[in-house]
Design a protein around this ligand. Structure first.
Ligand SMILES: CCCCCCCCCCCCC/C=C/[C@@H](O)[C@H](COP(=O)(O)O)NC(C)=O
Ligand SMILES: Nc1ncnc2c1ncn2[C@@H]1O[C@H](COP(=O)(O)OP(=O)(O)O)[C@@H](O)[C@H]1O
Ligand SMILES: [Ca+2]
Length: 594
């Protein structure tokens, strides 16, 4: 039950303008007085979006009191500015400095606003564990954190423990093994690879504590309590972009500060009875696998490596034979082609909360919910498709990113317990280019005769008889994958040093890097010869959220709302009119606990 809202009202000054300030209904608003009625404007800030209230006239960056008159207080809050092209709004820190008629009144305002914050926003984080990858994206993560994020955390009274990583998988191992008592969330400053480390750490730890084996493909995984936050500083920043709507460090920091919560579907990927990895954005074979394998050789290029590799791989014109099987969701209920868009407060996702988790009558907290079972065996029949594909991929969410603002599957949902399986059959080069190009335009990329899309709970991939790929060693050899790059959860968990050393080779610097470039030249020629030649391996590799999997035959299963992010989904922005019509399905306040 919501407690009664705090109420207070008085006149205050904002600069030289007199205002009527009102705290009521969990909103703080101010309206200019002494103005003709017609022009009166009211600024209204929900208490849930107030970042801090401080005595005096305060600036941040650097944080200091510019003037400490005893009648002033400063309000910091979330301010939005519009963006174009279907993105979410950018958030920045709004600041208003008020002067009260007396010190007494000022003290009352500060007290009441802080009480309102405490009662209305009990789930804001107080203490965070922050992992910074100094080598991600354009290598600016440390600078981004210290110059723009840390001051916001400090302002909001959040204390943080910062770990600058020295090797790949350090963040994951820290979460798996170290004491996390007292932390309200884990944050990564980096790209999708860093997010993936946190994801594996948080899911792995939760299953360990619940005594659930992650290797069992049919296990019902335990949902994770510890929230994950992403400060985007990587190459693709797909998870951030698709859950927040923009890749902007300040916007993301503010979502963390105000304790936003967005559940997220996660796909588990198994090879027989071994957990290969978890994925949220892309489990892709063919084109996407080849692009990733190629791009690893050009890491020194930074984010540009994907464009460069994309062109090379496109020119190679490959397709792959195989069998895809999937467990479809009733297409009458939900479809990847219904033209809807999963937005903040999405009704499809909130209805899924009920479906995914049968809640006992007495429990009102999402965290004490009982697990509902999405029984794979009892829900419908597996469908099998055999053919020659340009690419096959599964995504649990839209996977929008700056490169493709509407994403791999524009109508996918963040938290509906399903994923979208996309099958792109072999076609001529122009056809495939048209398909790729439509990711960047408003045209429907699924409206092509060689493309199929299905909303599924599970999917698996195997070779057609007679097309079996050789063993794993061959896979590693033909794609020049090292053990470290594979990020095998088991080896890494036991032999950290080993995986760390190999992992950091991906981020060579200085002399080492130059040597790497020369090496790269040779490897690139070898690799491309292999990629373009028909004699070479008939197999591609799986790209799992930016990591190459060491297996080719895999089975995937979507676990609804397995983790929670400090985010709220993409806010409907008036500027993004294009999708608005389809939004009917996706309105209404989300997630019953919020
Ligand atoms: C002619 C125009 C071609 C446009 C092609 C558009 C394709 C859109 C690709 C979107 C991919 C989104 C899935 C995200 C995957 C990330 O996890 C992964 C890893 O990203 P990271 O390096 O950690 O930031 N990135 C890639 C490209 O595989
Ligand atoms: N200190 C480090 N040295 C080497 N690799 C690291 C380090 N810290 C993290 N990594 C790894 O680097 C990879 C890429 O990082 P990420 O932040 O996702 O950047 P990008 O988006 O550019 O790929 C991740 O998979 C992560 O495991
Ligand atoms: Ca989903």
């Amino acid at each position: 039950m919501e407690t009664e809202s705090v109420r207070m009202e008085s006149s205050v000054w904002l600069g030289n303008k007199r205002q009527r300030a009102l705290l009521s209904g969990w909103r703080f608003s101010w309206t200019e007085l002494d103005k003709k009625n017609r022009d009166k404007t009211t600024v209204s800030v929900p208490v849930s979006e107030v970042v801090a209230v401080q005595e005096g006239q305060v600036e941040i960056l650097p944080q200091k009191k510019v003037k400490d008159t005893e009648r002033d207080f400063t309000l910091f809050y979330v301010k939005r500015s519009k963006t174009s092209g279907g993105k979410g709004p950018l958030w920045s820190l709004g600041r208003s400095q008020f002067s009260c008629p007396s010190r007494d009144l000022r003290d009352q305002w500060v007290t009441q606003l802080r009480i309102a914050l405490k009662t209305h926003c009990p789930s804001r984080p107080h203490r965070l564990l922050v992992f910074i990858n100094p080598y991600g994206g354009k290598k600016k993560a440390q600078q981004i954190y210290h110059s723009t994020v840390a001051p916001l955390f400090e302002l909001a009274g959040i204390s943080s423990h910062v770990v600058v990583t020295e090797r790949a998988n350090q963040a994951r191992d820290h979460i798996l093994k170290k004491d996390l008592i007292g932390f309200d969330g884990v944050i990564c400053v980096g790209g999708d690879g860093m997010f993936s480390e946190l994801l594996h750490g948080v899911i792995g730890r939760t299953q360990q504590e619940a005594g659930i084996s992650e290797h069992d493909p049919s296990a019902m995984l335990q949902p994770c309590d510890l929230h994950i936050g992403i400060i985007p500083a990587g190459s693709t920043d797909c998870v951030c972009f698709a859950t927040v709507g923009v890749n902007d460090p300040v916007t993301s920091a503010l979502h963390i500060v105000i304790g936003d919560s967005q559940p997220l579907d996660v796909c588990s990927v198994h090879h027989r009875s071994t957990l290969a990895r978890y994925s949220v954005s892309l489990v892709g074979y063919g084109f996407y696998g080849d692009v990733l394998a190629e791009s690893e050789r050009h890491r020194w290029m930074g984010p540009l490596r994907y464009d460069y590799s994309g062109c090379l791989v496109y020119l190679c014109n490959r397709s792959y034979q195989g069998i895809v099987q999937y467990l479809p969701v009733d297409s009458q209920i939900t479809s990847p082609r219904d033209n809807s868009r999963c937005l903040s407060g999405c009704k499809v996702c909130s209805e899924s909360t009920e479906r995914l988790f049968h809640r006992s009558e007495s429990c009102s907290s999402l965290y004490s919910r009982q697990l509902g079972q999405y029984s794979i065996e009892s829900e419908g029949e597996w469908v099998s498709v055999e053919g020659r594909f340009r690419c096959v991929y599964l995504t649990c969410m839209s996977s929008s990113c700056p490169r493709s603002p509407k994403g791999l599957s524009p109508s996918a949902h963040l938290a509906d317990g399903t994923g979208d399986l996309i099958l792109v059959r072999n076609t001529n080069p122009l056809g495939f280019l048209t398909y790729l190009h439509r990711h960047t335009t408003t045209q429907d990329q699924f409206d092509l005769p060689f493309v199929e899309v299905h909303r599924v709970r599970a999917a698996r991939f195997c070779f057609s008889p007679g097309e079996e790929e050789d063993d794993e060693d061959h896979l590693k050899e033909s794609h020049n994958i090292t053990a470290g790059a594979l990020g095998d959860p088991e080896t890494a968990r036991e032999g950290d040093e080993e995986s760390g050393r190999l992992g950091s080779q991906q981020c060579l610097a200085g002399k080492q890097r130059d040597q790497g470039i020369k090496e790269d030249g040779r490897k690139k020629r070898d690799y491309l010869c292999g990629l373009c030649s028909n004699k070479q391996s008939a197999a591609s590799v799986w790209n799992c959220d930016g990591e190459i999997l060491p297996y080719n035959e895999i089975s995937c299963r979507v676990h609804g709302q397995l983790v929670r992010l400090f985010a709220r989904g993409i806010e409907d922005d008036a500027g993004s009119g294009k999708y608005r019509e389809g939004n009917r399905n996706c309105k209404g306040r989300c997630f019953l606990h919020s």
